[in-house]
Design a protein around this ligand. Structure first.
Ligand SMILES: *Cc1c(COP(=O)(O)O)cnc(C)c1O
Length: 362
């Protein structure tokens, strides 16, 4: 089976983790600090604060921005559920605006009409590894004095106009095993603001400022030194992992161009898309349904996945909160998208098998 994800854990990672285990210092310590410095330097921000996962990174970033009960945060409905949930965890209301058809990212033209006196922040998601339109979105945030939070959980190393995502606002990353780099579970928040960095550090550690001195309400959202050791090794290889993902995506895109009814991913100008996912559209023109297509690929030993079958506003947990928005572009995307294997461990044979599988599926 050609799998959707295959975390690349090498000898170096194993040795680094053993070293931490033998040191006896397992919880948040020197390795976490080292990983934070290396990550900030990679993204090009002054600070980075490690957390237990991407969801707690988003939650912590929103809390540090002062998002609270009664506030509204504009975001995309076409993302993993954590994007919306982190806003709810703060007592705030996610306000969903529709996406662009081509990029699957938040449509900048729909942000201003959604702004109300309660709007405090915009949370963008660089979906599948493709950066959002940061020129337009950055300008809107400045004009209306809104906080910009980037869910970059799928976009480690992705760039817009030569700048890494996560450096435009407060950046949130996940190191879950399927992501472009992993620490098992883990997260990171990037910022240039020293006050925000200090709040982030306190919120993820019980509001502590000095030993057993708790200034604010905080949580245990810490990363372990074991995870950080993995992260340091993975970060060194991130550019190479991404290079392979992009190379694989270029190969598959070329092949898919010739197949009627399949639309390969669009890459916007001035963007470095790092292909966390390689997501195509299966349109009616293709002749068989997406589900049938998926089944036939599976029979040929090719795994695939749907990111995402249900937009966040249509999830039962949100329906129960009273969400009744109609967001047609996101809802149509949810019907058509199909992600194919793209990870850096794919061999030339794997890639050829995928192309053959796509061609033979009908
Ligand atoms: C993975 C992911 C998250 C959550 O990260 P975890 O580490 O799984 O908590 C949030 N947002 C998006 C867009 C993601 O892909």
């Amino acid at each position: 089976m050609i799998r959707m994800a295959s975390p690349a854990i090498g000898k170096n990672e194993i040795e680094c983790v053993i070293e931490v285990l033998e040191s006896g210092m397992l919880a948040q310590g020197a390795k976490v600090h080292q990983f934070e410095e290396a990550f900030a330097s990679y993204i090009g921000t002054k600070y980075a604060v490690a957390t237990s996962n991407g969801t707690t990174a988003l939650h912590t970033a929103l809390l540090a921005a002062g998002i609270k009960d009664g506030d509204e945060v504009i975001t995309t409905p076409f993302s993993f559920i954590a994007t919306g949930n982190a806003i709810l965890f703060c007592g705030a209301k996610p306000v969903f605006v529709d996406i662009e058809e081509k990029t699957f990212n938040l449509d900048p033209n729909l942000i201003e009409p959604a702004i109300t006196p309660k709007t405090k922040a915009v949370m963008v998601v660089h979906l599948y590894g493709q950066p959002c339109d940061m020129d337009k979105i950055g300008a809107i945030c400045r004009k209306h004095d809104l906080i910009l939070i980037e869910d970059a959980c799928q976009a480690h190393g992705s760039e817009y106009n030569g700048n890494k995502v996560g450096s435009f606002g407060t950046g949130c990353f996940s190191f879950y095993p399927t992501k472009n780099m992993t620490t098992g579970e883990g997260g990171m928040i990037t910022t240039n603001d020293s006050k925000i960095a200090k709040s982030l550090g306190m919120i993820r550690n019980h509001g502590q400022n000095g030993r057993y001195h708790h200034e604010i309400l905080g949580y245990n959202f810490r990363m372990t030194d074991i995870s950080a050791a993995l992260g340091l090794c993975q970060l060194e290889q991130l550019d190479e992992f991404n290079r392979k993902r992009i190379e694989n995506a270029t190969f598959l895109t070329e092949a898919i161009r010739d197949i009627d009814g399949l639309i390969p991913p669009h890459v916007t100008q001035n963007a470095k898309h790092v292909f966390h996912q390689f997501t195509i559209r299966v349109t009616d023109e293709f002749g068989i349904s997406r589900e049938e297509f998926q089944q036939r690929l599976n029979e040929k030993g090719i795994d695939s996945a749907i990111h995402y079958r249900t937009p966040i506003h249509q999830q039962p947990a949100y329906q129960n909160l009273g969400y009744r928005d109609q967001l047609p572009v996101a809802e149509k995307a949810a019907q058509e998208v199909l992600s194919l294997p793209i990870h850096p461990n794919l061999s030339k044979d794997d890639l050829n098998s995928i192309v053959q599988g796509l061609k033979d599926a009908r």
